[in-house]
Design a protein around this ligand. Sequence first.
Ligand code: SF4
Length: 367
Amino acid sequence: MTIKLDPWGAAIPENYARVMEEFGISPFENLLQDIPDPHPLMKRRIIFGHRDFERVLNAIKRGENFAVMTGLMPSGKMHLGHKLVIDQLIWYQGHKSDIFLCVADLEAYSARGISLEQSRKFAVEEYLANYHALGLNLDRCHIYFQSTNDAVRQLAFLLSKRVNFSEMKAIYGFAGESSISQIFYPMIDIADILHPQLKEFGGPRPTVVPVGIDQDPHLRLARDVASRFQKEFNFILPSSTYHRLLPGLTGEKMSSSRPETAIFLTDSDEEVEKKIRNAFTGGLPTAAEQRRRGGDPTKCRVYELYVYHLLPDDEKLLEVNELCRSGKMICGECKTKAIELMKDYLKEHRVKYRRALPKVRKIVEKV
Ligand code: SF4
């Protein structure tokens, strides 16, 4: 059966190995030993796949410049799933990279009907100020809005000359009722990915796009299109890395539109408490049973919070794993620990956010 990936949908691919095989994505773990200072998300196999990351790795090892491209869709609140990309950008910023940060306001308009003004407000207050508070130095990023970047729009139009409707339909499943903006939008995305290689933005060089696996259709199209325009632009095929999607607390995909599935960076202590208390776990129906037989952290959304965010120290993570499996700690106690860690983290983050907001407003005024 063919696996379909949908960048705008809600499905979490059940079997990452099958997805990798079907779409020719290489395992990231094979590169781990060559990376001088791998990020914890790499070591914990949360970043599990890549295309041509070797090019970027070689640039890192030689201290050469490369580009990192990412985007944000300003359509809701920033949650912990979004933070995964920012953690990676901060790591790349520690190397010799040019980070391009695209505010996908045209996508928010096309896919969600959000006005460009609303997008700007969301982008600053919900995303960019949080990015800065998390430690990403926005002064050193190339930030732009799709709606005001002429170079990207012009490139999208030029590139669209060699992409036809059948191809778009096969990749994205467009149908008769799809609007023209929806059909054209992926070309803007492709231009976002390739424009750091235009002469005026630094010229051809390795570029990496860190994404969740659901975004792979854009990457495949970008690489195909890049190869069709070799003669004109001398593009180097963009590389990509793929991270697991952080599952929602309730078991579904984490989503801004379903608050119970996600911890938002602006959540209050009460909201954090309620969401983690109601989270899906790998525990057993009664405390007595769980103390006897142990829990299963591999099925647990609270454990995912520890793995992705709360316990960067491997030894402490292992300890939670063992306490859970042995039944020495049951879910109520484990959730209390996660709630305390999350509250402490967000308390500190709120202070950083308040400091970041006026600064980020000033940065964006110039964009
Ligand atoms: Fe999850 Fe903790 Fe319960 Fe284990 S004890 S299943 S890690 S909540």
